[in-house]
Ligand binder design. Structure first.
Ligand code: ADP
Ligand code: MG
Length: 294
């Protein structure tokens, strides 16, 4: 390999807004045949907004939002930010929370006004906290999923207090980028901790039929390894703390520049422009650079 050609490639990469960790990365881009895409923040904007707040009977929506917003204030997750923003808009200043703890890809817990509050994936609240949802809350949850929103459950003192739904939008460049991946011979796979209905909805919008939903952060790397065990050479694009191990496991890890430092650290390529078209550009550019060298 002539170092000059590599430098040209990485230099052009920098112009396109792609940071390449080292020349060895180019070889991986030639071999990849599968591209695994994290949903939230990668295929979608990750700028979620609060859509609905459905309180349990006898409770005011403002009260539900006050507790949920206060508990989520310590979390960096896009869902948490949307709940905090939505709650502040509707109820003003939120009380301070104590003893905040978060469970990656599941939710948070904190003490607010002396009550132990849990906010997160409905199934987590049931499995971890024994929370039972009344039929009206179950209905609110199902209706949110049917509309393509992500339902988040809120409980305190062991009782379900309501369902919030949040939603974000697919980035307008995602569908075109995924079509471009296919032209480059890559099979796209959508990977997310979110629920199956929401994930399939996004998959349909962007043209991905292989959707792996409900995957916990620790399991994301296992999905990559399983694909590799089938003989596939896997690129993974992600942005979150949750994606770091999967990014490091992939044959080619690609981080969104707007992503967390951990994700960027774990990756081979970083996209300054946080859209997937830059990932397609990066793969095309690397392949062309290799062709120049040979
Ligand atoms: P993705 O894989 O799409 O980036 P995550 O793994 O970050 O999603 O989150 C998976 C799911 O866990 C979310 O869809 C949500 O249901 C739940 N969740 C994670 N963090 C929080 C939080 N801070 N508050 C509420 N729900 C959360
Ligand atoms: Mg993400």
């Amino acid at each position: 390999a002539t170092p000059t050609a590599l430098l040209v490639g990485t230099g052009r990469g920098a112009q396109l807004g792609i940071l390449i960790k080292g020349p060895q990365v180019l070889e991986s881009t030639r071999r990849v045949d599968t591209i695994v895409l994290d949903k939230t923040g990668t295929v979608t904007t990750g700028r979620m907004s609060l859509v609905q707040a459905v309180p349990a009977s006898g409770l005011e929506a403002a009260e539900l939002l006050r507790f949920a917003g206060a508990a989520e204030a310590g979390s960096e997750h896009p869902i948490a930010k949307s709940i905090v923003t939505g709650a502040r808009e509707r109820v003003g200043t939120l009380p301070a929370a104590e003893s905040f703890a978060s469970a990656d890809g599941l939710g948070v817990q904190a003490v607010v006004d002396g009550r132990l509050v849990a906010v997160g994936r409905p199934r987590w609240l049931t499995e971890q906290w024994g929370i039972v949802f009344t039929p009206d809350l179950e209905a609110a949850l199902a209706a949110g999923e049917d509309r393509g929103e992500t339902p988040v459950a809120v409980a305190w003192d062991g009782v379900a207090r309501g369902i919030l739904t949040v939603a974000d939008a697919v980035k307008d460049t995602s569908a075109a980028a995924i079509a471009e991946f296919r032209r480059l011979g890559l099979t796209p796979v959508l990977l997310t901790g979110d629920n199956d209905t929401v994930a399939r909805n996004v998959g349909t919008l962007v043209g991905i039929d292989d959707v792996r939903a409900g995957v916990l952060p620790a399991e994301k790397a296992e999905v990559i390894r399983a694909l590799q065990a089938e003989g596939r050479v896997v690129a993974m694009v992600g942005d979150g703390v949750n994606d770091a191990v999967a990014l490091a496991t992939a044959d080619l890890g690609i981080a969104m520049g707007t992503g967390t430092d951990v994700a960027i650290e774990a990756s081979d390529l970083t996209l300054i422009r946080s859209d997937l078209v830059a990932a397609a550009d990066a793969i095309r550019l690397s392949r062309r650079t290799l062709a120049t060298i040979k």
